[in-house]
Write a protein that binds this ligand. Structure first.
Ligand code: ZN
Ligand code: ZN
Length: 368
């Protein structure tokens, strides 16, 4: 079926470098004085067939047809539009193979698996104030923890309504509103009919060390493939690098609390890991794999896990890697008895990591 291209809009807001698609459409709606749903339709998104963000894979992946429509409506190129979607991290920090527009189950499946918030975001209040409400797409990553520019911990929750930023109530994605204009600088969560008016630039957060800021920058460089991914002295693919970070994080989580005294992370990061484990024991419906494999729920948990994982990644070679994995695996084995957790075997890990893990586990198995 051939569908006519949308009309060119008179008022177009330029996307800011690195901005997320949802953020740009919000700002377009504000500029045009219309609700989000209407703006999405004006950009050629298939909102009539389904206005649901999951079905639209809103901000996750984009079809060539939609890119053409957006270009017709705004003059913004397909390359820039793709760069605003999470698919910019596909094959590095996230794996979006199988995610299709119009197939909300494919979106839900990846949403539960990948370390990223499809429909929510962390935020740096200072960046938002400076940009006038442009939300970078990388704030959605599970590994997003601090703002490298302002050296502040990213904000997870609105302090007023306790809803994760940019999420709807009960952890569901916020809908494309048919009546209300977006407010890029406000929390905007809809709760029992009322809209949370918390200004995000006024949310206080804490300063972090330069080391954390550098770690965050390294993650972003690898995620954007601007820097080679080095793991234990070897160049690996960006996807394998992130898989190894994730696998290390799983080992760490399995070993909490015994592993905590062995870790080189900030006291806050360790506290967050302990709190996460305690909360996980209370509501562990997803089973162990779900718990250990889930995305870090807060920026502090991400910081705690990343500090350890990057230390492992920075090992100079395989024997150094074995030495670094040994205490983690030792603590983890207290909880995982005979076989390693399934998520570890399903991941595309660097060969050097798999070999080191074998060495660690093999050695321990002989001793046990
Ligand atoms: Zn910032
Ligand atoms: Zn709020």
């Amino acid at each position: 079926m051939t569908v006519g291209l949308p009309r060119r809009l008179a008022l177009v807001v330029e996307p800011q470098p690195g901005e997320s698609f949802a953020s740009w459409v919000d700002r377009m709606a504000v500029r045009n004085g219309c609700p989000l749903w209407m703006m999405a339709e004006a950009l050629g998104l298939d909102v009539r067939a389904s206005g649901e963000v999951r079905s639209l894979a809103y901000g996750v992946v984009v079809t060539p047809e939609t890119c053409r429509a957006i270009w017709a409506a705004t003059g913004v190129s397909a390359e820039v539009v793709r760069g605003m979607h999470l698919e910019v991290f596909d094959g590095s920090a996230v794996e979006l193979a199988g995610v299709r527009v119009g197939d909300k189950d494919s979106v839900r499946l990846a949403e539960g698996r990948e370390w990223v918030q499809f429909f929510g975001s962390r935020a740096c209040p200072r960046c938002l104030a400076a940009s006038g409400g442009a939300w970078p797409v990388w704030w959605k990553l599970g590994w997003a923890m601090v703002c490298p520019e302002h050296r502040m911990l990213l904000v997870d929750l609105c302090p007023k309504c306790r809803v994760s930023l940019r999420r709807g109530p009960a952890g569901q994605p916020a809908r494309l509103s048919r009546s209300r204009m977006p407010a890029p600088l406000q929390c905007g969560a809809l709760l029992s009919g009322a809209i949370c008016d918390q200004p995000i630039p006024q949310i206080s957060t804490r300063a972090v060390s330069g080391e954390l800021a550098d770690q965050q920058q390294l993650v972003l460089e690898v995620a954007m493939r601007r820097q080679p991914a080095l793991f234990a002295g070897q160049v690996v693919s960006a996807g394998q690098w992130f898989a190894a970070l994730k696998a290390t994080a799983m080992l760490v989580r399995l070993g909490v609390p015994e592993v905590l005294p062995l870790l080189d992370a900030t006291a806050d990061g360790l506290g967050a890991l302990a709190a996460e484990a305690a909360a996980g024991r209370r509501r562990n419906r997803a089973g162990p794999a779900g718990r250990f494999g889930m995305a870090p729920r807060t920026a502090l948990v991400a910081a705690g896990l990343l500090a350890v994982a990057l230390k492992v990644a920075a090992a100079e070679g395989e024997s150094a890697l074995v030495a670094r994995l040994m205490p983690l695996a030792g603590a983890a084995r207290i909880r995982w008895k005979e076989r390693r957790p399934d998520p570890l075997t399903r991941m595309d890990l660097p060969a050097v990591f798999t070999a080191a893990l074998e060495a660690v586990l093999g050695g321990q198995a002989r001793r046990l």
